[in-house]
Write a protein that binds this ligand. Structure first.
Ligand SMILES: *Cc1c(COP(=O)(O)O)cnc(C)c1O
Length: 456
């Protein structure tokens, strides 16, 4: 097929949609380090994890061997309501940039929750329901994960309790209402409803909350109520596994047109969309079949890969979760309050951390005003109002395309456009009003946060 036959949007037929998730761990020679029980320092057993997570999800979390995990029919049917997501050839952006690069993006914002998070939410809710549970608890930062989970639980008739980081709860009242419309209960975190919330509030009554703190509350709620388990929207191996649906669809569509990306770019908060997008491509690279350049993009104000340390750390502020070995800024790290661009988590997926540690993936950090400049440019050229998180990937895709303009290289660039920015207009307002600034943590700040890492 020749280049000019490639349509603006490449869709897959229903019959071409993935029937299995791809588990990149099966192809990794060095597996991601196991989760540790903080009390014993030993790897968590399935039984221990089963107190917090659903049984089938525990099995997926610990599965480093099976390359393909079949997607249950009920989940495939739900996926059909909003998938396949379009793979867009960004002809307009290429032309505007005057670059010889060929740019593609996979757009995950075509569902009400507005992001890729629904791909894992439906899977996690499905396994909870299958286990006969009454409901699930979780945290949400910017609100996308909570909304996705509320949608999935609403569909399956499961109870859904969301702890929402307090500053988001106040800044994004409409997010909250979407969740409530789908039947979820939303509590601002830290709250007085949990032991750990009360403890954090006693130490710092003015705190605006953090993801790490909301996670602690959600875990405590799940483990102290019969018939509930905790679910998490990123970081964990199981979440990357579910998100591989993005990469598998993308690869199928690209293979269909004989397109091979040179560079694959994604934003990285906890690493789930990036991990999902790159998985099948990374698998080829790990098996020695092809090579690609992978770039993770993170905010300069929360630079876990580019400035963090690779160590065992707590996943949450309250230290109730297992320890994960990952690139981390320390579980007490809270990005500056003027950071509006999302991707605020202190750690990174153990799978991506291991791949990055081995030099199989690069990472870059970008300042938020540069991110919003890219977002605005993209919105005007390609028409989609991007989420600030996604705009980190747009920034680097544009930078790479400009490099191609300078060198004349015709590289093929693929990036993940994870969601829409309709609920981020407070951040856009700051940018439009010219009052957004950049905050980059100092080495001293990071050092004092590293000092709190557990000794393992
Ligand atoms: C949550 C979110 C992210 C970051 O999460 P990852 O787990 O790193 O993918 C990125 N973009 C959007 C739109 C999100 O909602």
């Amino acid at each position: 097929m020749t280049e000019n036959k490639i349509p603006y949007k490449i869709y897959l037929e229903e019959s071409e949609m993935p029937t299995a998730w791809y588990n990149v761990r099966a192809d990794m020679p060095t597996k991601p380090a196991p989760l540790l029980n903080p009390a014993t320092g030993e790897p968590c057993t399935a039984e221990e994890l089963g107190h917090v997570f659903c049984d089938e999800l525990v099995a997926q979390e610990l599965d480093n061997d099976n390359r393909y995990i079949p997607i249950p029919q009920e989940i495939r049917d739900f996926y059909k309501m909003y998938r396949p997501s379009p793979l867009v050839r960004a002809y307009c952006l290429e032309e505007k940039l005057g670059t010889p690069a060929k740019i593609y993006y996979k757009f995950e914002g075509n569902n009400t929750s507005g992001s890729h998070k629904l791909n894992s939410a439906i899977a996690q809710a499905y396994y909870a329901k299958n286990q006969g549970l009454r409901g699930v608890t979780t945290e949400t930062g910017a609100g996308q994960w909570g909304t996705a989970l509320a949608m999935a639980c609403g569909y399956l008739g499961l109870d859904c309790k969301v702890y929402m980081v307090k500053c988001s709860y106040e800044q994004k009242p409409f997010r909250r209402e979407v969740m409530r419309t789908y039947g979820a209960t939303v509590t601002p975190s830290p709250s007085m409803t949990t032991e750990v919330g009360r403890r954090i509030l006693a130490l710092d009554p003015q705190t605006t909350g953090s993801l790490g703190c909301a996670i602690s509350e959600a875990v405590e709620d799940a483990t102290t109520h019969e018939g509930y388990r905790y679910v998490l929207g990123s970081v964990l191996n199981q979440v990357l596994l579910h998100q591989s649906v993005i990469g598998v669809e993308c690869k199928t569509a690209m293979d269909k047109y004989g397109v091979v990306p040179d560079i694959i770019i994604g934003c990285a908060g906890g690493g789930s969309n990036l991990g999902g997008l790159i998985s099948p491509f990374m698998g080829e690279m790990l098996r020695g079949e092809r090579s690609y350049q992978f770039i993770a993009v993170e905010p300069a104000s929360c630079p876990s890969l580019t400035r963090g340390v690779f160590a065992y750390d707590y996943c949450d502020t309250g230290k109730v979760c297992p320890l994960a070995k990952m690139y981390t800024l320390g579980s007490g790290f809270i990005p500056s309050a003027n950071h509006a661009g999302g991707l605020r988590y202190h750690g990174m997926s153990p799978v991506l951390s291991e791949l990055y540690h081995e030099g199989l993936m690069e990472a870059r950090s970008v300042e938020q005003t540069k991110v919003f400049e890219a977002a605005e440019y993209f919105a005007r050229v390609e028409g989609i109002l991007p989420a600030p998180e996604s705009s980190h990937a747009i920034r680097v895709a544009i930078d790479e395309a400009i490099k191609c303009r300078e060198t004349g290289e015709e590289k093929t660039i693929l990036f993940g456009l994870t969601g829409t920015g309709y609920f981020d207009l407070y951040a856009y307002q700051k940018f439009n009003d010219g009052v957004m600034d950049d905050y980059v943590p100092t080495d001293e700040e990071l050092q004092s946060s590293f000092a709190t890492l557990p000794r393992v």
